[in-house]
Design a protein around this ligand. Structure first.
Ligand SMILES: [Zn+2]
Length: 234
């Protein structure tokens, strides 16, 4: 009973942490890419509108994230669907062979042969396809690839991250926009660092430092590049 509750909780955590991890990565991308572009523009073309730059960066990035995520999750979903169709075919052609195959899987997972055969028989009576998808192919309802959901989630998390440097630029006033972008972005990165440390169960200080230093270097490099472009007068 206790073990039952434990297993259920663990499954729950796994299912939600995959989702949370994707959201944290999306927010991180939004923060760094938007901040870098805004700082690059601020140093290369000081008179350009940073608000317009920020909004354009968020729109372009969120869209590209959504499309990329959609394509990758869709191909995962295609593979799952193809496997499902093959399984349906196999079950129709050779149900006994499939039942033996399922029993073999349970033997490999530690059941005695007689019990494994019994479990496979019961599973086949109940819902053979479901048992094969779950126990042979590892397809679970809550881990099923959902392209549209993944696309929307990554676009939203990217936008949430990208808005942070934009707010920083607006909040610090016209003369100190770059400082505002950097401070807001570093605070945002500390936030995503903390979140990802919680998701991964790693040490918060190290993870936060890694994310903040990495993002800081990214912004520093684009600022340097921007200055070069500005000085060369391109
Ligand atoms: Zn099978």
């Amino acid at each position: 009973m206790i073990e039952d509750v434990y297993l259920r909780n663990r499954e729950h955590k796994n299912a939600s942490s995959g989702w949370l991890r994707a959201a944290v990565l999306g927010a991180n991308d939004g923060l760094v890419a938007t901040a870098s572009l805004m700082i690059g523009i601020a140093t290369a073309a000081p008179t350009a509108s940073l608000t317009v730059t920020g909004i354009a960066a968020i729109a372009a990035g969120a869209l590209s994230m959504a499309v990329g995520e959609y394509i990758s999750v869709q191909s995962q979903s295609d593979i799952e669907e193809a496997d499902r169709l093959i399984e349906i075919e196999h079950l129709a052609i050779d149900p006994d062979g499939e039942e033996a195959e399922l029993a073999q899987i349970y033997v490999e997972r530690g059941l005695p042969l007689e019990m494994a055969r019994e479990v496979a028989r019961i599973m086949h009576e109940k819902d053979a396809l479901e048992a094969h998808l779950r126990d042979e192919l590892g397809q679970l309802e809550h881990t099923k690839a959902k392209p549209a959901q993944a696309a929307v989630a990554s676009a939203i998390s990217y936008t949430a991250g990208g808005i942070v440097p934009l707010i920083g630029a607006l909040a610090w006033g016209p003369s100190h926009k770059s400082i505002g972008i950097v401070i807001a972005t570093l605070i945002g990165l500390a936030g995503t660092g903390l979140l990802s440390a919680r998701v991964a169960g790693s040490k918060p200080v190290i993870t936060v430092l890694r994310v903040v230093v990495g993002g800081g270097i990214g912004m520093g490099l684009t600022a340097g590049l921007g200055s070069l472009v500005h000085l060369s007068g391109i």
